[in-house]
Design a protein around this ligand. Structure first.
Ligand SMILES: [Zn+2]
Ligand SMILES: [Zn+2]
Length: 325
């Protein structure tokens, strides 16, 4: 046994609990300006002019290097997965392995904005174009089986820095939630087309832009949970047309604005579910990528953690009425 356990991230899998955990000790070192509910004394590393405090960007917009930049994607200094994982500190060789992948930060504004609604609509479309471009670049990268972008907006949603940002993660495996969703969609009678039809019939379609819709799913985990997805099958968001990418940008602004009107100051998470890259994605040709937007209005407690079931106080129809303009 080594004298000092490795601080490199490792993936631990418990087959009896059917649970996968990334043990990432260095994440405990990451800075926070939200702990005290106010900015810390130091300058914000994500603000324009402070680029030297972050690693060089992987991508930025505008692409020609013109200043000031509007959005940047940079490697995360405190990654949950690493592109060159170290194999040391193998304390539990039967159930853990180095955590391989990429973990990046999408800095979504040069100014110190806190809400996506502070970014104008055109610039916000550019942010989604940048995310789309990065996800498309990861298709075919050796060792990346699946990738996502996710946002933690506000302390209740797990954010540690208030400057507007999201995170982009590429993994060398397909995570359990995605495996479960893909398996469920392969069952007879289960389809996103039916979900959209039923949402329309029950008044749960919240908004649409082109052929992309925003709807309350049939079993929302929190009031106002909303999904954004195309009407027609498309397994990979990274392959979506420019029109659909722009529609996602517009619909996220719409939903966040409506959520803020219904529950001022509500924190939320969102994450993208797209199919795995490569042959598995091709096999899921009838599947629809989707963005799940989850307000964090109540804590997940013993019932949720112990059963995997959720309790919410608002039906899907009431949630849709609450988000109506
Ligand atoms: Zn800032
Ligand atoms: Zn999903």
């Amino acid at each position: 046994m080594p004298d000092t356990p490795s601080r490199d991230p490792r993936i631990h899998h418990d087959p009896l609990a059917a649970r996968t955990v990334v043990v990432a000790p260095r994440r405990a070192d990451r800075p926070s300006d939200l702990d005290a509910g106010c900015m810390s004394a130091g300058p914000c590393p994500f603000c324009v002019g402070h680029e030297s405090q972050t690693p060089p960007d992987v991508l930025r917009t505008p692409h020609d290097g013109a200043m000031p930049w509007q959005a940047r994607i940079i490697p995360n200094r405190y990654p949950v997965v690493e592109s060159c994982p170290q194999g040391s500190g193998d304390l539990f060789p039967r159930c853990s392995r180095p955590a391989h992948g990429i973990h990046e930060v999408v800095i979504e504004s040069a100014a110190h904005y806190r809400s996506i609604l502070e970014v104008d609509a055109v610039a916000w479309r550019d942010v989604w174009k940048l995310i789309h471009r990065r996800l498309a670049m990861l298709d075919g990268v050796e060792g990346i089986a699946w990738a996502t972008v996710f946002k933690n907006s506000g302390p209740e949603a797990g954010a540690s820095l208030e400057h507007l940002h999201s995170q982009l993660v590429g993994l060398d495996f397909v995570p359990p939630v995605m495996e479960a969703e893909l398996a469920a969609a392969s069952q007879p009678g289960h389809s996103f087309a039916t979900m959209i039809e039923q949402a329309e019939a029950s008044g749960c379609l919240v908004a649409e832009a082109g052929d992309v819709v925003a709807l309350i799913p049939p079993a929302p985990r929190q009031p106002f949970e909303t999904w954004i997805l195309p009407r027609l099958p498309e397994p990979l968001f990274s392959a979506a047309s420019p029109e659909r990418v722009a529609a996602v940008a517009d619909l996220t602004r719409h939903v966040v604005a409506r959520l803020g009107a219904a529950v001022p100051g509500a924190d939320y998470n969102w994450w993208l579910h797209q199919a795995p890259y490569g042959e598995r994605g091709a096999a899921a040709s009838r599947w629809h990528w989707h963005l799940e937007i989850l307000p964090r209005l109540a804590a997940f407690a013993g019932f949720e953690l112990g059963t995997g079931c959720h309790i919410t106080t608002l039906s899907p129809e009431e949630s849709a009425r609450g988000l109506a303009s």
